[in-house]
Ligand binder design. Structure first.
Ligand code: HBI
Ligand code: FE
Length: 291
């Protein structure tokens, strides 16, 4: 998900040329299924009133509450009927072009392994809980399904235009860590938040982070951190609006414009920001002081 992560250049032994592998559902141990169930129960209690309507609907229509790690074939069958997406297994991070190509063809790549029972909150690479619990419910939403397919095509294009860093920030601040403003208040929809026990509370309730209304160019200029809670969250007004400002615009002139502008640091506020919360950054400051 970031510049510092290194992935292999060739698919590992046993993987296809597109990096997919069989999920091998029968090989999961009881212990591994229990890890899923533990994580699921913990999040299921937290998410009503915190997660967006679209996310909660996806969790429900995809029957993700069924115990145990989901079988990708069964899941893909449901998802295919709803939005034409599938879930395919990969051994871990895959190269950017492979990642985007799957997405552009409505295939969501998911790790088939699960974190250890003694490391419920620690993740080095996206595992099946992050990928399936975090991402897949949103793919049951037709608007989000279109957004992610367009993102895949945009990714292939960004590689050609030398703008991967800018486009990856859009993914980060929407797909992974996005907030939405619903009638009842702010809600989370980003997979990195909904799949995290601590961040699903922090992102909405903590006074530390900035919460800023989404602006495409602003987001594409903003650095992010991968090792801790976000210091900035960007808030979309609706998925229709997210689609409108992204899918319907040509990113090439946009890249040309912002590639000449300075990056914006993680916690910085800039003129033009439509601020919902001017964060205290107390959490990040306390963390920095510990080091
Ligand atoms: N591979 N399995 C996997 N999951 C990701 O989220 C992922 C990836 N490869 C590349 C990647 N993300 C990012 O570098 C792009 O979003 C830019
Ligand atoms: Fe993710």
């Amino acid at each position: 998900m970031n510049e510092e992560t290194h992935v292999h250049e060739h698919p590992p032994e046993g993987a296809s040329s597109d990096w997919t592998i069989p999920q091998n559902w029968d090989a999961y141990s009881d212990e591994e299924h229990r890890v899923w169930d533990t994580l699921f129960e913990r999040q299921a209690k937290l998410l009503p009133g915190r997660a967006s309507e679209a996310y909660l609907r996806g969790l429900d229509v995809l029957k993700l509450s069924k115990p145990g790690i989901p079988d990708f074939e069964e899941l893909s069958e449901r998802l295919m009927k709803l939005t034409g997406w599938q879930v395919v297994a990969v051994p871990g991070l895959v190269p950017d072009d492979v990642f985007f190509d799957h997405m552009a063809n409505r295939r969501f790549v998911a790790g088939n392994f699960i974190r250890r029972a003694d490391q419920l909150d620690y993740l080095q690479e996206p595992d099946v809980f992050h990928d399936v619990f975090g991402h897949v419910p949103m793919l049951a939403d037709p608007r989000f399904a279109d957004y992610l397919e367009a993102y895949g095509r945009g990714g292939l294009r960004a590689l050609e235009l030398g703008a991967l860093k800018q486009l990856a920030r859009l993914y980060w601040y929407t797909v992974e860590f996005g907030l939405i403003e619903e009638e009842e208040g702010l809600r989370i929809y980003g997979s990195g938040i909904v799949s995290s026990y601590s961040e699903s509370q922090f992102a909405l309730e903590d006074p530390s982070p900035n919460r800023i209304r989404f602006d495409l160019k602003r987001v594409m200029r903003t650095d992010y951190r991968i090792d801790d809670f976000q210091q900035n969250y960007f808030v979309i007004p609706s998925f229709d609006e997210l689609l409108r400002v992204t899918v319907e615009s040509d990113f090439a002139p946009l890249y040309a414009e912002i590639l000449d502008q300075p990056d914006i640091a993680v916690a910085e506020l800039v003129p033009g920001d439509d601020i919902i919360t001017n964060g205290t950054q107390a959490y990040a400051k306390a963390k920095a002081a510990q080091m």
